[in-house]
Write a protein that binds this ligand. Structure first.
Ligand code: GDP
Ligand code: IMO
Ligand code: MG
Length: 418
């Protein structure tokens, strides 16, 4: 039987620490692949005090032996990708980008920002990176794919045609048709730089698995931001859950092996939308300070709150998580009491599942005793007793085994359990 690809997926609202775990595991993988999202993602890796922030290039790039794949389900800003590629040497033969991936061009970003302004107090709080408009065009069958960089004249013709059809609507939003001379020059530059990397990544992924190579799939964003299963409409525009990897790379469900859910020991959200366990008081502020909770992509302050075991159990089931990696345990150091949401109350009734409409849900908390001294711990036995109790209860509430515990941003400050 051929090899199966293992998968890393965020099981809250993103920024769980996926980058750290992908980088750590990637040291033992032959290939790492992104399958959805775009440069709205910000995956941070710290190795020996040096920070690496990745947005589009998979977090396997720090393993010189691993190849990195950007699959067809990703929306790619050529400009952002080229900028990010400059940080690394010798990417040719190590980075492969799907010819079927859709492009984000400058006007997609303008549309994203204009729509947010029009939504006023109902704004989603997007990253402004053009993600929604690029995916909308893909679904509407009028998007622009990377393969089209092979014929820039034909691509410019399609962009002209696109503005003939949509220009009036965009003009009403204050968005002008791009200067086509500048656009042609820019697209030619993109083509020159990117074409050597653009290929059929589905065939590549199949070949790797057929050759018994170890492939790791890197989710972006988080389960509760999923277009179908998240807190719609306050979500991103892609399928962030494990199933999205099949579509976003051309794999079958049978190609997926182990699924690891990445989850913070508390919870954060950046952007608008419901957040049942949000703490807007002093504990939330303290979590933000101790956890340095500022967005890797936009620099925005993240909203902070407590671990929501109902939401995480829902996400674990949706993704088929075999294991959990609990991140940022150290950030809870020094709290006297730590809360975990174990059920929701809606209209006076208690429920233990994620309802469709969670706006009116209130958290029911169980309170745990705090601890100190978890920073940088590398062995289970060295963890404070109250931290062990906390983790054991989380495992029971989420009904998923914990296999990794992270105690600082550094690659090696990680407890690996058998
Ligand atoms: P991602 O989007 O899921 O990859 O997560 P981000 O990189 O956006 O945000 C996670 C942040 O937490 C980054 O700044 C990481 O360096 C940091 N981080 C990851 N794991 C730990 C940990 O165990 N402890 C602490 N204190 N920071 C961590
Ligand atoms: P990583 O991969 C956290 C959020 C935005 C906004 C919503 C929609 O680093 O975990 P979009 O620009 O995607 O249309 O914005 O999704 N969002 C993220 N939040 N982590 C991310 O990525 C995110 N990517 C998008 O803040 O609420
Ligand atoms: Mg992030």
């Amino acid at each position: 039987m051929r090899n199966r690809a293992d998968l890393i997926v965020g099981i809250q609202w993103g920024d769980e620490g996926k980058g750290k775990i992908v980088d750590l595991l990637a040291q033992k993988y032959d290939a790492v692949a992104r399958y959805q999202g775009g440069h709205n993602a910000g995956h941070t890796i710290w190795v020996d005090g040096v920070k690496h922030a990745l947005h589009l290039i998979p977090s396997g790039v720090l393993n010189p032996k691993a190849i990195n794949i950007i699959g067809n389900g990703v929306v790619v800003s050529p400009e952002a990708l080229i900028k990010e590629m400059k940080q690394f040497d010798n990417l040719l033969g190590r980075l492969f980008v799907s010819e079927s991936a859709h492009m984000i061009l400058e006007f997609h970003c303008q549309i994203d920002r204009a729509k947010e302004l029009l939504k006023a107090d109902k704004a989603i709080g997007t990253t402004g990176r053009g993600i929604g408009p690029a995916y909308s065009e893909k679904i509407a069958r009028s998007g622009f794919r990377l393969a089209e960089l092979r014929d820039v004249d034909a691509l410019c013709g399609r962009i002209e045609e696109y503005f003939k059809q949509n220009g009036a609507i965009y003009k009403a939003m204050g968005i002008e048709k791009p200067d086509m001379k500048k656009m042609r020059d820019q697209l030619s530059d993109f083509a020159k730089t990117l074409l050597p990397y653009i290929t059929n990544t589905t065939k590549l992924a199949w070949d790797l698995l057929d050759e018994d190579k170890k492939v790791l799939l890197e989710g972006a964003q988080g389960t509760l931001l999923d277009i179908d299963h998240g807190t719609y409409p306050y979500v991103t525009s892609s399928s962030t859950i494990s199933a999205g990897a099949c579509i976003g790379l051309g794999l079958s469900p049978k190609d997926i092996g182990k699924v690891i859910g990445i989850v913070k020991a508390y919870c954060t959200r950046v952007g608008n939308g419901p957040f049942i366990t949000e703490d807007s008081g002093k504990d939330g502020i303290r979590l933000g300070e101790q956890g340095h909770e500022f967005g890797t992509t936009t620099g925005r302050a993240r909203r902070c709150g407590w671990f929501d075991a109902v939401g995480v159990a829902y996400a674990s089931r949706l993704n088929g998580c075999d294991e959990l990696a609990i991140m940022k345990l150290d950030v809870l150091d020094g709290f006297d009491e730590i809360k975990v949401c174990v059920a929701y109350e809606i209209d006076g009734k208690q429920i233990d599942y994620m309802p469709q409409d969670i706006d009116s849900a209130k958290p029911i908390y169980r309170v745990f005793k705090g601890w100190s001294g978890s920073v940088g711990v590398k062995k289970w036995d060295d963890l404070p007793e109250n931290a062990k109790i906390y983790l054991q209860e989380i495992e029971k509430l989420v009904k998923t085994k914990i296999s990794l515990i992270s105690t600082s941003a550094e690659r090696n400050d990680t407890i690996i359990l058998d």
